[in-house]
Write a protein that binds this ligand. Structure first.
Ligand code: ACO
Length: 358
């Protein structure tokens, strides 16, 4: 769609949704596949289990359910979406984009749809883009999705990576709001020099698919975990500090931090450096593993539906991923309690958390 930019305005999340496949792959299951142990995985990563998509299921299928849930929570029809921004490293196909496939499945006929390819930081990049297109008046209704089927690019013979990753999708509807509310600041960074710390070497223009690339397992994730660990902690701490500075806030003023779920030790180290208490930092890596660009919107949806956010809360989002890419955003939460109450499964849960009648 085309529209002339108008005055800068705010952008805020007005509905969230998530979906994970039914099949659970536990650490015990992995013990039967590679030389590892439940104890090692829990101690080094915090992960107990992860979800794996069914044969024939594609990223757009996961994204569709998460998006429908977010749209319902926001009270928006698919036909009203102006832009679909979809963050993924595992699109259904290289061409067309996964966002276009999702657009077709949703019936979001008037939306411009495109993928953001920023690995685990994709949702943060997407928040920045959404804020930009809404702020300048290019769009009113943005559907932002993070979706991954990392099980499709994981080598289940490589214990360095197969214990970490899982499948899932999360989505958020982002709409205009008053300046000074909603997404207050966004900081995003990249360093391509670190590109081979986490890569899928084959299947692109450099090494197109061939018998040899298949034989050499070139279509699977290769990772230098120890090196990533150090840069991830530093990048996450620095970017959240920058986003807080830009928003005129401090770590103490954060009500909640939703970090990318890469590894519990990375999250703990980042939290300690920032001086944020553990109870303010969301952790669900135990149940889902690392779902890359989906981990932040999945966590957000769980938090919203549990009634843990109320209008005026300051929320930090922070991520680090392949590329290397990293970044953070700080938002002043605006979703009114009645909207949150509507999407909560257990009646009364949010009313109790937010105070009846709020
Ligand atoms: N089970 C048992 N042993 C294992 C396993 C396993 N699954 N994986 C590795 N090991 C072994 C290694 O071979 C090594 O053995 P060695 O000492 O005999 O060589 C030993 O355990 C220690 O290996 P390290 O790599 O030093 O282990 P570390 O404590 O660093 O944990 C891990 C590895 C979990 C990968 C960690 O480095 C990490 O989380 N790194 C960051 C990964 C990350 O964040 N990636 C994603 C960011 S981007 C994105 O999310 C897509």
């Amino acid at each position: 769609m085309t529209r002339q930019p108008d005055l800068v305005r705010g952008a805020t999340i007005t509905g969230t949704g998530m979906y994970v496949p039914e099949r659970v792959l536990t650490n015990r299951d992995l013990e039967r596949m590679v030389e590892t142990s439940d104890e090692w995985i829990r101690e080094r990563t915090g992960i107990a289990e992860r979800r794996i998509g069914a044969p024939g299921q594609a990223s757009s299928d996961l994204a569709l359910i998460a998006s429908q849930r977010a749209l319902e929570a926001a009270g928006l029809e698919a036909g009203e979406i102006d832009q679909i921004i979809l963050a993924t490293t595992t699109p259904d196909r290289i061409l067309p984009s996964c966002a276009c496939t999702l657009q077709a499945k949703l019936g979001a006929k008037r939306a411009a749809a495109y993928d953001v390819f920023a690995a685990c930081t994709g949702f943060i990049y997407g928040m920045g883009i959404a804020r930009g297109v809404i702020g300048t008046g290019l769009a009113d209704n943005v559907l932002l999705v993070g979706v991954e089927m990392l099980s499709r690019i994981v080598d289940y013979g490589d214990r360095n990576t197969c214990v970490l990753f899982g499948d899932g999708a999360g989505a958020a509807v982002i709409r205009p709001c008053a300046p000074g509310d909603g997404i207050l600041s966004v900081t995003i960074h990249s360093d391509g020099v670190l590109g081979d710390l986490l890569e899928v070497p084959a299947g692109g223009s450099l090494q197109p698919a061939s018998e040899q690339t298949v034989r050499e397992h070139g279509h699977f994730i290769k990772m230098r975990g120890r090196e990533l660990f150090k840069v991830a902690v530093r990048g996450m701490e620095e970017s959240l500090r920058t986003a807080l500075d830009d928003a005129g806030l401090t770590p103490e003023s954060l009500d909640l931090v939703i970090p990318h779920q890469a590894n519990q030790r990375i999250i703990d180290a980042t939290r300690e450096r920032l001086g944020v208490p553990a109870e303010k930092v969301i952790l669900n890596i135990e149940r889902y593993g690392n779902t890359s660009s989906a981990s932040i919107p999945i966590s957000l949806d769980e938090v919203v539906r549990a009634g843990r956010l109320k209008p005026g809360d300051n929320v930090g989002f922070v991520a680090f991923g392949g590329g290397a890419t990293w970044g953070a955003t700080v938002s002043r939460w605006t979703m009114p309690a009645p909207v949150a109450a509507k999407v909560v499964a257990a009646p009364g849960a949010v009313a109790a958390a937010h105070g009846a009648g709020s």
